[in-house]
Ligand binder design. Structure first.
Ligand SMILES: Nc1ncnc2c1ncn2[C@@H]1O[C@H](COP(=O)(O)OP(=O)(O)OP(=O)(O)O)[C@@H](O)[C@H]1O
Ligand SMILES: [Mg+2]
Length: 251
């Protein structure tokens, strides 16, 4: 059993009038692909926000690779090896696909934009090409992000997250709004990234086909609390999970 890359202990998070997370504790071993599932409003995105430094929790501890990073701002979490792709993809809409990834590579390296724009022979450009190839976006390099399909936009966000060279990749509903073909391609992309890069991946999804195709272990959140964590087979067989979430979904 490998050491946990991510450890959460007793996390609680409140918004005004909403207790979004209560006493959430979980370990994600290095190299695991973990899914977090649960009904709308269960607290999945909030949990990702707490992990990635978007929201400081009122209580509890976040550890990455044994280091207490509770309350660290997002840029510091990125520096330590964490990257997050959002439920609604966050890209610079007027910039091309290429420049969006270039900006992320630059941010990772701490290089100034002016320098990069003026220099064509910088090693980072090779990295941008590599990332676009890896995520299947090479043919769209010169396309403005604003006109991408939902699927391509999400892939761009994954390319941007990868530019940050994470050890832990957080994907919030990576296939939301995609066609079945795009969903299939994205599942294969995530599987390939996970295997070839040796990443630890944590994702949320409402598409149970995606969850059961990818996850090694599944954590179920319900009303801000962990209901259970288990293998896909265990989760499939649990009556309480069916009652709160899976309902009549054919698994
Ligand atoms: N910025 C915010 N301010 C106030 N309340 C919020 C905020 N973000 C989320 N909430 C509330 O916190 C609870 C948890 O929301 P969260 O977005 O984390 O759930 P989720 O599991 O990601 O849901 P979904 O499956 O719909 O994406 C919900 O009751 C939601 O309305
Ligand atoms: Mg969400």
């Amino acid at each position: 059993m490998s050491l946990p890359l991510l450890r959460l202990a007793g996390i609680s998070k409140r918004y005004p009038g909403v207790q979004a997370l209560t006493d959430v504790s979980l370990d994600v071993p290095a190299g695991q692909l973990r899914a977090v599932i649960g009904p709308n409003g269960a607290g999945k995105s909030t949990l990702f926000g707490v992990i990635s430094g978007e929201y400081p929790p009122e209580a509890g501890v976040v550890e990455l690779d044994g280091k207490n990073i509770t309350g660290w701002p997002p840029w510091k979490c990125v520096r330590l090896g964490m990257a997050r792709a959002f439920q609604v993809a966050k890209v610079f809409p007027r910039m091309t696909v290429y420049d969006n990834v270039l900006a992320a590579v630059m941010a990772r390296d701490g290089t100034s934009w002016q320098f990069w724009r003026l220099t064509s022979r910088v090693p980072g450009r090779k990295r941008v090409d590599g990332l676009l190839a890896e995520t299947g976006l090479l043919s769209l390099a010169e396309t403005p992000a604003a006109v991408l399909s939902q699927g391509d936009r999400k892939r761009l966000e994954i390319a941007i997250a990868l530019a940050l060279e994470p050890r832990l990749l957080l994907l919030d509903e990576p296939t939301a709004g995609m066609s079945p073909e795009e969903t299939h391609a994205t599942v294969e992309l995530i599987r390939q990234l996970w295997r070839e890069r040796g990443l630890t991946v944590m994702l949320t999804e409402h598409d149970m086909g995606v969850v059961f195709a990818l996850a090694e272990e599944i954590t179920v959140l319900h009303r801000g609390r962990i209901l259970c964590t288990g293998s896909p087979e265990e989760i499939r067989g649990r009556q309480d999970v069916r009652e709160v979430y899976l309902g009549d979904i054919e698994l």
